[in-house]
Design a protein around this ligand. Structure first.
Ligand code: NAD
Length: 486
């Protein structure tokens, strides 16, 4: 048996093992017996040192011009483009998503990075007239200091790139902790920075547990901002900790996204989008559609066609070009999702498609679950209220648009939504009343582009949205200057 590859942390421009020499394993979700690598199980000491390294690098990085920072980051971007196939393979290996979706993730990261590099060159201040003569007043935007970035396993590459690029372009230095289910994707990102020659200490990455490493990089007073994407539960705990030092906090959290289908839409094209939004990445996009709210008039036609399309999805290893849906990401995800499928059955929802693990032949050692649809779902059921984060879609039937809006809003989450209709009045009413940070008309819940802000409301998000203009705004502070001259 060949020896397992051992990966390292990246700090102060060097590669390190955990000081305790402890490691943890990552396993391929398509084949749990396959350990893909060993990663540093970083200690408190390692974490404190990495913060120190980022702090030491801050004043020099802040002092160089944004144009030079952009040059460094463009070198990272060039390598990202050159290595996109290699990066995509690592994403599929660790996360399970099909290879074409991994490639799309890397392409999205490339676009996000390009956009945010340019935004960093446009950190404009203002000149503002004041009430007394011979006083010149203006604002400048300055970096905050050391910032921490904590990312989830579902977009293990794009999410950190979307956060780290504006953080660094604004002149901050950064400590990054990837999710423990996708540490090699974190490593490959650090490798890009290292190979591109980023100055030592500007970008640092370490792996380890959320409770140890994660906890320190949100609680240490030297950290001036925390950008976190992950579950609502963990995010809310982080918010309590960052409140202690009034550390700036941005949380992108869970969702339970609804797609509304009205009678005046093209059902076939709506179904195409719903299938993609519900089952791509095995329903583990934060923007996945997990509830379809359909008006009675077209409910039967819509449901029958949706079930037929769902049953034709080929579940398989993400590297298999024929596969339309890969495994879910890890054994604990399987347990949670299967638990919710059982809850749905007990609550009285009707299983219309899927509902089982796929364990035949090559699949017995992997985390494969059939794409699953529940019909006759009532809004008060747990499967309609809680984030399952898996390939499980609930169909809720309503009388009309008003009820659809009420049902779609009757939830603690507020990430994204969508409506399919050709009636402009219905679309406008929905846009006005939907309680989310991101909504769509005749586009799937997951559609987004880097030049527009992205963030949830209610228990789906806290702080300024990522991406767009607010992406970099989160990482800067304002200084107002009054200057008297004679
Ligand atoms: P998670 O909350 O379990 O973990 C996210 C990250 O936080 C990981 O890196 C983890 O190690 C770290 N962490 C865990 N405990 C911590 C602690 N006490 N202190 C600091 N860090 C800690 O989430 P996950 O399972 O990796 O990701 C799935 C969740 O992420 C879902 O709820 C999904 O909706 C959400 N998500 C949201 C968005 C969005 O943009 N709104 C995007 C992607 C994923």
């Amino acid at each position: 048996m060949s020896e397992l590859k051992r990966f390292k942390n990246y700090m102060d421009g060097q590669w390190f093992d955990a000081s305790t020499n402890e490691t943890f394993e990552q396993r391929n979700p398509a084949k749990l017996s396959e350990v893909t690598g060993l990663f540093p199980f970083s200690s408190k000491d390692d974490t404190l040192k990495i913060i120190e390294s980022a702090q030491k690098a801050f004043s020099d990085w802040k002092a160089i011009s944004p144009a030079k920072r952009a040059d460094y980051l463009r070198s990272v971007l060039v390598l990202m483009v050159q290595r996109k196939d290699e990066i995509s393979k690592i994403i599929t290996l660790e996360n399970g998503k099909i290879i074409s979706d991994s490639l799309s993730e890397v392409n999205s990261a490339i676009n996000e990075m390009g956009f945010q590099i340019n935004e960093g060159l446009r950190l404009f201040g203002e000149t503002i007239p004041v009430s007394i003569e011979e006083v010149f007043a203006y604002t400048v935007k300055e970096p905050l200091g050391v910032v921490s970035v904590i990312s989830p396993w579902n977009f293990p590459f794009n999410v950190p790139v979307r956060k780290i690029t504006p953080a660094l372009m604004a002149g901050n230095t950064c400590v990054f902790k990837p999710a423990s289910l996708t540490p090699q994707t974190g490593y490959i990102l650090a490798k890009l920075f290292d190979d591109a020659g980023i100055p030592a200490g500007v970008f640092n990455m370490l792996t380890g547990s959320g409770n140890e490493v994660g906890n320190i990089i949100v609680s240490d007073p030297r950290i001036k901002a925390v950008s976190f994407t992950g579950s609502t539960e963990v995010g809310m705990e982080i918010l309590k900790k960052t409140a202690i030092y009034a550390t700036r906090t941005q949380l992108e959290l869970g969702g339970k996204n609804a797609t509304v289908i009205l009678e005046d839409t093209d059902i076939d094209s709506a179904i195409k989008d719903v299938i993609r939004a519900a089952f791509a990445c095995s329903g583990q996009w934060c923007t996945s559609t997990s509830r379809v709210i359909v008006v009675k008039k077209v409910a039967q036609e819509f449901t029958e066609k949706l079930v037929e399309a769902t049953n034709s999805i080929i579940v398989g290893n993400g590297f298999d070009k024929k596969a339309g849906m890969g495994p879910v990401c890890g054994a604990s995800q399987v347990e949670t999702i299967m638990k919710y499928i059982e809850i749905g059955k007990k609550e009285g929802a009707k299983l219309l498609a899927g509902g089982n693990r796929v364990t035949n032949n090559d699949f017995q050692d992997g985390c494969f679950i059939e794409p699953t649809i529940f019909g006759y779902v009532n809004q008060n059921m747990k499967i309609a209220q809680e984030e399952i984060f898996g390939p499980v879609l609930s169909i809720i039937t309503v009388e009309n648009l008003e009820e659809a809006i009420e049902v779609s809003n009757d939830i603690k989450y507020g990430l994204c939504s969508s409506i399919y209709t050709n009636n402009i009045n219905h679309a406008m009413r929905f846009i006005e009343q939907t309680e989310v940070g991101l909504t769509h008309v005749n586009l799937m819940t997951s559609f987004k582009e880097p030049q527009l802000p992205f963030g949830g409301i209610k228990e789906s998000g806290v702080g300024l949205p990522e991406a767009g203009k607010t992406g970099i705004e989160f990482f800067i502070k304002y200084k107002t200057v009054y200057m008297k001259y004679t």
